[in-house]
Design a protein around this ligand. Structure first.
Ligand SMILES: C[S@@+](CC[C@H](N)C(=O)[O-])C[C@H]1O[C@@H](n2cnc3c(N)ncnc32)[C@H](O)[C@@H]1O
Length: 238
């Protein structure tokens, strides 16, 4: 595995460029469709959307951005991601859905967002924070661009530690995910997925990172099975 700083940082935009065309298929297969339910819970965490403008960080192929826009005719969404390949697939999906007027996809890094302070009513990030080199900086940026009182909701995979299904979930993450991923995508990068999941901190530790980034009322909910957690915080008054 290459290390950060070489031509292609694993987990960075270029890595996702390579797998963009097959990403959606792999996602459904590897999560066995469970990711759809997890994503719905991520959006529920934002509360009523009204006519607000929301930010989806690490938007990839825009699944969360699309789901957000479909929740209300007045909702507007900006999706941010460094991978032009993932955004290209996302733009096609947004166009096909007839939602280009309400969803804008922007190329950029979670650690230095090209947005003004307090612009958004809330922000989401699904399976993205694991890839951000400085996670607190990424979370701090989310807190900066969301208005005080707004929700920052993060969905992320992690090493299955608890519950009856944990041994099976670990087998899935460590043996099936990299093999199936490599078989279908032909990309050894799916091994990175396994390694980065195993390296992600325990939920309580990640909640501390969210607080360090200035978020308040931080809490987490384990998804079923416990291979993913939903983390929710609120932007404090300034
Ligand atoms: C596993 S995909 C998740 C995509 C999408 N959110 C979803 O739910 O399907 C991870 C995404 O993180 C993006 N990413 C990697 N480094 C990033 C960074 N520094 N800032 C923002 N996004 C980043 C990748 O380009 C990729 O699209």
């Amino acid at each position: 595995m290459t290390t950060q700083g070489t031509a292609m940082r694993l987990g960075g935009g270029e890595m996702f460029d390579r797998i963009a065309a097959r990403y959606d298929l792999l996602n459904r297969l590897l999560s066995m469709g469970l990711d759809l339910r997890w994503r719905r819970m991520l959006l529920d965490a934002l509360g009523p959307l009204g006519d607000g403008e929301f930010l989806d960080v690490a938007t990839g192929t825009a699944d969360v951005a699309l789901a957000l826009a479909r929740r209300g005719d007045e909702v507007r969404v900006v999706g941010l991601d460094p991978s032009s390949g993932m955004l290209g697939v996302g733009r096609r999906k947004v166009g096909d859905a007839g939602l280009a007027g309400r969803i804008e996809l922007v190329q950029g890094d979670a650690q230095a967002m090209p947005f003004a302070d307090d612009r958004f009513a809330g922000a989401t990030m699904a399976f993205g924070i694991r890839n951000v080199p400085d996670r607190v900086r990424g979370l701090r940026e989310m807190a900066r661009v969301v208005r005080p009182g707004g929700v920052v909701a993060v969905l992320e995979l992690g090493e299955p530690r608890r519950g009856l299904l944990a041994p099976f979930a670990r087998l899935h993450v460590h043996h099936i995910v990299p093999r199936l991923g490599a078989l279908i995508s032909g990309a050894r990068e799916y091994r990175y997925l396994q390694e980065s999941i195993a390296a992600f901190p325990a939920p309580e530790t990640f909640c501390e990172k969210m607080r360090e980034a200035g978020l308040v009322d931080v809490d987490f909910t384990p998804m079923f099975p416990e291979v993913a957690h939903l983390y929710v915080g609120r932007v404090a008054g300034r």
